[in-house]
Design a protein around this ligand. Structure first.
Ligand SMILES: NC(=O)c1ccc[n+]([C@@H]2O[C@H](COP(=O)([O-])OP(=O)(O)OC[C@H]3O[C@@H](n4cnc5c(N)ncnc54)[C@H](O)[C@@H]3O)[C@@H](O)[C@H]2O)c1
Ligand SMILES: [Zn+2]
Length: 354
């Protein structure tokens, strides 16, 4: 599933070139949310096919990655005479690339689409790798398909308007990819000054980070083995997100991942001898740049319950983690006991200064 990924400072030009390559003469629909329509659409204008395109604008927020929005997109495409030869451009964060990709994959059994991720998280994760879908029945990503975009145009030109929380959230996945890659990639990720977020430096980190996901997905597109390494930090992160949701708070995914990574590195240290100085360095970076995690020991039983219901487990007694021996040396499918997870929570909270 080779996917074309273009890194550019000039996304408008890159998009024009991709439309030319697809032989797209018009019949173009751009899917946005109200933020990306306002802040990002002007950055891809200039080509008559873009300026004359139909624009679908969804409400922002993951609640709108829904069947209702999906049907709104299908309806629009039907009413505006879209055909199998039409092209869809998904311009937005992961919410838009997920639902837009799924709408494209299912309309008339599949029309071609280009992803233009505008958030850091979408650029390094959601928009690459071919997973698309919607939330359904209160469950995240319950309905979906594997459907790669024809191309993905990645540009830090969009991040000037990205809210800081969203930048931090995307950077949680950057940390994960760096840990899966190598000690050098981790060193580079930890040196980056998130308070300044220099776009030129970020572009380099972004390119390496996308490369890590791309290599893993190319080797295991349908998640039979290696792709599960991308779950690093995610068993705990999903439990933190569920706890937040239950309490009526929203926890941006990548912020939960940053906290989850610290828990997983503690478990990696306890079980696989992950070096303690590297664990301390990652934990300090998270403590200095991220909000503190909002859980205490009273929440442990509930967090463990959430983990026991994780899709990745083979049975509720066997909670499944992706762990590391060292940066770049990954071990998937590690089973960890609830007792040890509680110990890891204690240590992680201590390291995060909670
Ligand atoms: N398909 C996959 O493999 C995969 C992987 C990871 C996450 N996801 C999905 O991605 C989604 C999360 O992605 P996200 O964090 O990008 O969320 P998002 O798309 O909801 O974007 C977050 C917020 O930032 C705004 N925004 C985005 N780009 C902007 C910009 N340049 N300027 C101003 N505002 C901007 C959006 O309008 C939104 O309010 C979730 O639905 C998650 O399930 C999918
Ligand atoms: Zn993630």
């Amino acid at each position: 599933m080779a996917q074309k990924i273009i890194f550019t400072d000039t996304p408008a030009r890159a998009l024009t070139e991709q439309l030319d390559e697809l032989g797209c003469k018009g019949a173009l629909t751009i899917i946005t949310d109200s933020n990306t329509r306002r802040d990002c659409l002007p950055l891809i204008s200039g080509d008559s096919r873009i300026d004359g395109a139909g624009v679908i604008e969804l409400e922002p927020g993951d609640d709108n990655k829904s069947l209702t929005s999906l049907s709104e997109i299908w309806n629009y495409l039907c009413c505006h005479g879209a055909t199998r030869h039409s092209v869809i451009v998904n311009l937005g964060g992961g919410m838009i690339t997920d639902i837009g990709g799924f709408a494209a994959a299912t309309f008339k059994r599949g029309v071609r689409f280009i992803n233009v991720p505008t958030s850091l998280l979408a650029a390094i994760d959601a928009a690459v790798g071919g997973k698309t879908g919607i939330n359904f029945n209160g469950l995240k990503n319950e309905i979906g398909s594997f459907a790669p975009a024809c191309s993905v145009i990645v540009s830090s030109a969009f991040y000037g308007t990205l809210p800081r929380t969203e930048l931090l959230s995307g950077y949680g996945e950057v940390l994960k990819h760096a840990l899966l890659d190598s000690p050098e990639a981790l060193g580079q990720a930890l040196e980056f000054d998130l308070s300044e977020a220099d776009p030129a430096l970020l572009s380099g980190i972004l390119e390496n980070s996308v490369g890590v996901k791309r290599r893993i997905v190319a080797e295991d597109p349908f998640e039979h083995g290696l792709r599960r390494s991308l779950n690093l930090g995610h068993t705990a992160a999903h439990a933190f997100e569920s706890l937040a949701m239950e309490a009526g708070r929203t926890e941006p995914h990548g912020i939960a991942v940053a906290h989850g990574i610290v828990v997983d590195l503690v478990l990696s240290h306890l079980n696989l001898g992950f070096p303690s100085d590297t664990l301390q360095a990652v934990a300090s970076f998270v403590r200095e740049n991220y909000p503190a995690p909002a859980f205490d020991c009273k929440d442990y039983p509930r967090l463990i319950e959430f983990m026991q219901h994780d899709k990745k487990n083979t049975s509720p007694d066997a909670i499944n983690f992706t762990l590391l021996r060292k940066p770049g040396d990954v071990q998937t499918d590690c089973i960890v006991s609830p007792e040890q997870i509680k110990v890891a929570f204690d240590i992680a909270r201590d390291l995060l200064g909670v």
